[in-house]
Design a protein around this ligand. Sequence first.
Ligand code: ADP
Length: 177
Amino acid sequence: MSETGQRIRIHTGDITRLDVDAIVNAANSSLLGGGGVDGAIHRAAGPELLAECRMLNGCETGDAKMTKGYRLPARYVIHTVGPVWQGGSKGEAELLASCYRRSLEVATAKNCRTVAFPAISTGVYRYPKDLATQIAVDAASAFIGQNALPETVTFCCFDRQTAELYRQAIAVLAERD
Ligand code: ADP
């Protein structure tokens, strides 16, 4: 496998359990908490996380902002806002790629060596999982190819079906490089 491929990992399970430098939260633009992975992260981190989020004044779609991880094993949480799927002609692909890129930029600025992502926008925001997976893998591998940090990017999949999609996308990447 290519060097880039070796720096990409897949984990099946709950992102709040991961002992990495930073986990990424698929937040909404208020940054004041929600359902899905956002709710799980806030529950696991404790109320201090919401208190810090209140001071951030929200976040634009495609952008990312960092907080501490509080009671999480992860030192930091990077909150990014994915696009709501509206059929694909509203710039969703570019916005989703931007979520991954901006999150990795923010992580690198804090010297994070290990970063884990959920499948941003593929829950309540309804982004088709196969398309979202391809964008996630492409964006992460492009960033890794140009930067020494993070050393590894983990895609944290909540179920085996999602993990299989990532496995396929990473295999395509390995063949291409
Ligand atoms: P969005 O609003 O960006 O679509 P969701 O939280 O609704 O965000 O879903 C994003 C993805 O996160 C979904 O694929 C969902 O299965 C997954 N997910 C939900 N909870 C967790 C968790 N605790 N750890 C990892 N992934 C999770």
